[in-house]
Design a protein around this ligand. Structure first.
Ligand SMILES: O=C1O[C@H](COP(=O)(O)O)[C@@H](O)[C@H](O)[C@H]1O
Length: 255
């Protein structure tokens, strides 16, 4: 199924549509199980706060206590460090949730920060235990993976041309030479991202247009975000503002 692209003139409209879309995925998921979501860092978090917390109509319907939040990628720094994706999620989203309901959030084990391989293995262990994965050939199936897209086309911490793009057996991998600082990170791998029931990208601003042009018009370039567009088994949706897709040949959908 080709990705759906929802584009709006204003960021506030992007957030409103994003909120509705996420709510509809929450509503259609099996409520007797945790709603399993992976979040990225970067500009996504601001859009999520507007969509899920500041929009009071959507906010009242988000069942936070049933959400189990994992990280699509995480930087190997202390959880309260400015570069931590958890830190960003906490400061810019979790701390703004009104009421007492909070999601369960699965962070990296920061006692292992010196050992990237051990952190990735531990995160994978937690993931596999919580998803009831009994053998190494099974892959977790997230209800929803929320992604950003960097100006080089990276998503998660899967960077163009990096050997991690070929990872086929692990669910979580580490990288110590990320071209974008900080260099040490862990990331979900393509087998997991492409196995999710729903993948949602959020990309805003004119600065993203040149890379979105390549992602959508030249998938053969194999940029990480294109790989998700072409290989994901579930539904892939992009929520963008008009400047991000200015001059990009995409079929826009309506929500
Ligand atoms: O380094 C990262 O960058 C990407 C993209 O961020 P954005 O600010 O350009 O949207 C993000 O999705 C990823 O989680 C993060 O670690």
């Amino acid at each position: 199924m080709p990705p759906s692209v929802y584009s709006y003139p204003e960021s506030s409209q992007v957030a409103a549509a994003l909120g509705k879309h996420i709510l509809s995925i929450q509503e259609s998921s099996n409520s007797s199980q945790p709603f399993r979501v992976a979040v990225s860092g970067g500009s996504l978090i601001n859009a999520l706060r507007k969509a899920l917390v500041e929009d009071s109509e959507i906010a009242s319907q988000i069942n936070w206590s049933n959400w189990a939040i994992y990280f699509s990628d995480e930087r190997l720094v202390e959880l309260d460090h400015a570069d931590s994706n958890y830190g960003l999620l906490k400061r810019d989203l979790l701390d703004h949730i009104k009421g007492t309901e909070q999601p369960t959030v699965y962070t990296i084990d920061s006692s292992l920060l010196d050992n990237a391989s051990a952190i990735a293995e531990k995160y994978q262990e937690v993931l596999h235990k919580n998803f009831n994965i009994k053998n190494d050939s099974s892959i977790p199936i997230f209800d929803l993976i929320l992604l950003g897209c960097g100006p080089d086309g990276h998503t998660c911490s899967l960077f163009p041309g990096h050997s991690l793009l070929k990872e086929e057996s692990k669910s979580v991998a580490f990288i110590e030479d990320s071209p974008k600082p900080p260099p040490r990170r862990i990331t979900l791998t393509f087998p997991v991202v492409n196995n999710a029931k729903n993948v949602v990208f959020v990309a805003e601003g004119a600065g993203k247009a040149p890379i979105l042009k390549i992602i959508f018009e030249q998938p053969e370039e194999g940029l990480p975000s294109s790989i998700v567009n072409t290989k994901a088994k579930g539904a892939v949706s992009w929520f963008v503002n008009d400047p991000a897709v200015e001059g990009v040949n995409v079929q826009k959908s309506l929500l």
